[in-house]
Design a protein around this ligand. Structure first.
Ligand code: GEK
Length: 241
């Protein structure tokens, strides 16, 4: 794993964050050191997807990046027929993802689509995964995307949505940010790296509150809604169709 040192030297000004070649080279180290419980999120969402999968329907991983969840899904679905579709609009991410895909049995298919998830037509599905991806979609486009996901889901299907969140109470928001900085320091990031990364993500990653997500899920047609994992400013939702 190449170490993430992208923000270790002073940049003036700090350019907006992009999923370009430089980020892809260090992506796995970056995400493991920047997202609390990342491995637990990958492992448990793969198991949940396998639990809710209905034969003959698609499992979508929207914003699949380098394919960590696709590979965990492949393992969780061992021996079963499946059609996984990973979508990402970064060619660099999909290049690495493609190289790392495991060999599949004839009744198993992993398809990769280079596309904007706001623009594709979804096939009938039993599972959608948005693992840390919705936060990069402009807020005004999020309701429409969630409605289209909900419409493509079969009854009994599931949406797994994990996001960085902010808190509506400023005191708790500050607390959450403090503990997130602590987490990043413990993982070897310097104060300069943390502040420059935060500046790069400003307006690119737009976090919302937990109630905002819950309300959107309800309005999109999800009935059973829960948070199965919460860590300060990160929340993993499950929405049943
Ligand atoms: C994981 N899920 O490791 N259309 C398609 N892809 C997009 C779009 C869009 N409009 N916007 C952003 N992306 C992964 C981690 S990373 C999260 C997800 C992070 C893609 C973008 O190219 C990137 O690969 C991914 O969403 C977000 O389980 O880096 O914090």
């Amino acid at each position: 794993m190449t170490r993430d040192d992208l923000f270790s030297r002073p940049q003036q000004p700090v350019p907006p964050f992009e999923f370009n070649e430089a980020v892809v080279q260090v992506f796995d180290d970056m995400i493991h050191r920047s997202v609390p419980c990342y491995q637990e999120l990958i492992c448990r969402q793969a198991q949940l997807a396998a639990h809710f999968h209905q034969p003959g329907t698609v499992i979508y991983d929207l914003g699949c990046s380098t394919g960590n969840l696709l590979r965990a899904l492949h393992a969780a679905m061992a021996g079963r027929a499946f059609h996984l579709v990973g979508v990402d609009n970064s060619a660099a991410m999909l290049g690495v993802c493609r190289e790392r895909l495991p060999a599949c049995d004839p009744h198993q298919q992993i398809e990769l689509l280079e596309a904007d998830i706001r623009e594709i037509d979804f096939a009938p599905a039993s599972v959608f995964i948005l693992n840390l991806t919705l936060q990069f979609i402009p807020p005004q486009d999020r309701d429409g995307l969630l409605r289209r996901i909900s419409q493509a889901l079969r009854p009994g299907g599931v949406l797994l949505l994990t996001e960085k969140v902010r808190h509506e109470d400023p005191r708790l928001d500050v607390l959450q940010q403090d503990f997130y900085v602590r987490f990043k320091e413990e993982n070897g990031y310097s104060a300069l790296e943390i502040s420059q990364k935060r500046a790069a993500l400003e307006k690119v990653l737009v976090p919302e509150t937990v109630p905002t997500h819950q309300q959107r899920l309800r309005q999109a047609g999800f009935s059973g809604i829960d948070i199965w994992l919460k860590w300060f400013n990160f929340a993993a939702f499950i929405g049943l169709r």
